[in-house]
Design a protein around this ligand. Sequence first.
Ligand code: T1G
Length: 696
Amino acid sequence: MSHATYDIKDRIALITFQNPPVNGLSYALRKSLVVFVDQAEADSGVDAIVITGSARAFSGGADVTEFGTPRVFQQPILRVVIEVLENVTKPVVAAIDGVCLGGGLELALGADYRVAAAHAQIGLPEVKLGLLPGAGGTQRLPRVAGLEKALHMITTGQIIKAKALADTALLDKVVETDVVGAAIDFAKEVVAQKLPLKRVRDIDINPEGANEILQAAREKLQNGKKGQIAPLKCLDAVQASVFMPFEEGLKYERELFLQLMSSPESAAMRHIFSAERAATKIPDVPADTLLRKVEKVGVIGAGTMGGGISMNFLNVGIPVVLLEQKQDALDRGVATIRRNYENTMKKGRITAGQVEERMALLSTTLSYDGFADVDLAIEAVFENMDVKKAVFSELDRVMKKGAILASNTSTLDLNVIAGFTSRPEDVIGLHFFSPANVMKLLEIVRGDKTAKDVLATSIVLAKKIGKKPVVSGVCDGFIGNRMLYAYRDAADNAMLAGASPSQIDKALESFGFAMGPYRVGDLAGLDIGWAVRKRRAEANPEAYVPVVADRICEAGRFGQKTGAGWYKYEAGNRTPIVDPVVENIVKEFRDARGITPRVVSDQEIVSRCIYALVNEGAKILEEGIALRASDIDIVYLNGYGFPAHRGGPMHYAQQVGLFNVVRAIKRFAAASDAEARFWQISPLLEKHAESNEPLK
Ligand code: T1G
């Protein structure tokens, strides 16, 4: 049962929250806090009260595990707890260390004074859950941090170090160590000097200039992320803090909060929050598994992927040794890494000193012997099994016992690769997405023999380098690319039925994708997929099914890189222009198959493409390639641009209703034999559509 503890030191009551891991403001904690505050107020031996959490967290905010349960509205709700603090007749001082976020900060704003550790992390990140601060944060924060800073913090959810807020009325004192001791001394001073109780709600906001600030913020948000309604509601609530009396503003904030709490967008974003964390939990790998040491990383291949992969480790202070076969390739690779850092520096995101620090951690070698002391090797070489065999045989020869051997392969069988070594238990797949130093997704491919501690180490390392790890079993395309093939085929089916590439792109971009599949193809280069299809056709001629993309490539149209692909492009301009040449290629392709084009609605396009993702995702789940449906969402959100406010393909299907999804698929499948062959419904999906049980 989560609660708080109560001590008295030198006539100061110290109430400490005890709800690990981050003192989520659970019902039990909220109730304990009120009981102890009442106890302290009634105790004549107490002059003041200090409330605090732990070194890791003052509080991470409302207890997210209570969302969707009656407890979140069980009295005393957070708003009531804060008012209790405000009405106590003795000074209340909040001692803030670790994270002080969301409802945690709102709680601290109910105290009279706030003392924080310099490194404490302060913010109102509710907007990232599709919510807004619902316990007075939108009304109190502007009163102490100023309208502009509060507006930025609330509409972006940005977390700021306490020392950067030291000069605002939000914090009365910022200390380097022992924040609780400092807060107790501060409380004693307040008592000794008979300082007044200082309620944030009583501070007035000067409306002068507010309209300009609010209008500018509104215009910026209106051009912001599609589909996300919370940022504008946050702004509406903050606007109320300027022009409404406090109590009215509080009531308005509450109305907006309840609207967001019941919105599909917030449900989707809260789903993502818990799904990201669930993905790091592997049922047969204990959370306390002893991890392998990874203090030095070797990367084979200094191309785009190898360079990007290296940067992830350099960014967090882990030395990298980069291996190539030729010095000029190494020099090019190192120069590209430096150029990337210098570009980031020009954007003000890192300093020149950090560029040099990171580059100093990078060394190079032309020989595998340079990998004798690395703890983890990651190969990012050409996607060819013979090349992988040569690489892994060498790694097996030179690397020390206990080191981890990883492949960045995106299409080859990891179990076969592991078989090239005498230590398959030390082999794992680390599938980065290009650009590897930017994309958040990391598919961690678990081989049949991959050791549990290698898997656990890879997950922790992934989080350390800022990735969103998802564990995948071994199959063609793992989780993401396998679903991508289905998505693209569904788009092609819609095109053969009568839709144009640009209509399909626009329909999916209206759904929320940053780019539709044909624009993505032109950006990435159509020749890459063409080479894979030709390789597969050679290996398995009877399985080859011609696609329109082949005809596009045969015309030398590889996308932006050749000035034309599915669209045409003017020199130096990436704006896609509909090209009659493509329309003609599509027409010829339909004619050769006796297809008479029909009108295909945008809704049908979206349903076809998204349900193809869902159906393939269900098969991936059924085969045990993915551990849970929410893992599939994390893959597609972080690697393929699925819109966050939709929660991921599997969550979206749940919101549409699996019965409706399966019914639509059946209608697509009934259209022709080719459609029936494409739409082979996952038995698991069909079963859950029948039972209406969510896919887990
Ligand atoms: N409640 C309960 N558990 C939480 C939690 C929370 N608020 N935040 C994190 N956890 C759990 C998390 O699930 C994981 O559990 C463990 O803590 C470590 O988290 C009324 C309505 C705090 C910066 O949005 O941003 O207040 O997996 O892996 O990288 O206005 O978690 O170990 O079982 O992320 O060190 C607003 C959300 C809520 C903050 C820590 N608060 N949390 O990051 O560890 S809404 C937030 C975070 C609200 C009020 C509104 C991060 C973190 P497990 P972690 P981390």
